[in-house]
Design a protein around this ligand. Structure first.
Ligand SMILES: C[S@@+](CC[C@H](N)C(=O)[O-])C[C@H]1O[C@@H](n2cnc3c(N)ncnc32)[C@H](O)[C@@H]1O
Length: 237
């Protein structure tokens, strides 16, 4: 498959995640051997004191990062996702398992956030920025809604630098993740998109450069699990 770009990517991603929404959490956990929970806990911890205030969960999906936050932090969440189906699945779980009064969910575009300037004490995104049609635009809009001094935390897939890990990881993506994801969801295209989007995504130094260009400072880039995932933190000036 060829990766879509621009508005075609936005439409494709919205349709794809809406189709996956019922199975997303289970498949995600199986394909990451349940390590994804620990990555999200790291992300919530990285928010520091921002976690006591109002925090944006961008590309919130079925709300797994919001739930990690509700369990471990005291603040409130505004969760934004472009797929209403993903949010609806998350909201059903929210009412079953958590206190819904600490979370508000809005269906909207992360590149044109339905929030006023400088409203959030923190912002977090897990496995979402790779799916934005225009990453620079997304970073600019997150910056706009953050208060001065607020912290941004990002989790995103990356490619391990060590060749001893890079080769088996590529084999895992192609020969395990795609077939298992396809078997569990019936959507081969979605898992081919996942692999291609990981392969095509800018390297961590380039992502950090984009954050710097947006105006963020104190940027840190921390590889997790051998660099399969990268945790970024940055502060709005
Ligand atoms: C891989 S899921 C991540 C969900 C969740 N954050 C997690 O930790 O698993 C990516 C999400 O990004 C959302 N998304 C993609 N493009 C978006 C955009 N332009 N604005 C808001 N959400 C978007 C998708 O609908 C999907 O729910």
């Amino acid at each position: 498959m060829n990766l879509p770009a621009g508005t075609a990517k936005k439409a494709y991603v919205t349709r794809m995640f809406t189709g996956l929404s019922e199975n997303y959490d289970l498949v995600n956990s199986i394909c990451s051997l349940f390590i994804d929970h620990t990555w999200r806990i790291r992300a919530v911890r990285a928010l520091g004191k921002a976690s006591r205030g109002l925090v944006l969960d961008l590309c919130a999906g079925t709300l797994p990062l919001s739930f990690a936050f509700l369990k471990r932090a005291r603040g409130t969440i505004v969760a934004v996702d472009i797929s209403e189906g993903m949010l609806r699945t998350g909201i059903r779980a929210l009412h079953r398992k958590y206190r819904p009064d600490r979370l508000g969910a809005v269906c909207g575009d992360g590149e044109l956030l339905p929030l006023k300037n400088q409203t959030c004490d923190g912002a977090m995104v897990a496995f979402g920025i790779r799916n934005l049609a225009d990453l620079d635009k997304g970073f600019r809009d997150v910056y706009r809604v953050m208060r001065p001094g607020a912290r941004l935390v990002i989790l995103e897939f990356s490619r391990p630098g060590n060749p001893l890990l890079a080769f088996p990881y590529r084999l895992y993506l192609k020969w395990i993740l795609v077939p298992v994801g396809t078997l569990l969801t019936g959507d081969r295209d979605a898992y081919q998109y996942l692999v291609k989007s990981i392969e095509a995504f800018p390297a961590p130094e380039e992502v950090a450069g984009k954050l710097r260009k947006t105006g963020f400072s104190n940027i840190s880039v921390i590889p997790l699990t051998g660099g399969i995932v990268t945790l970024y933190t940055a502060e709005r000036i």
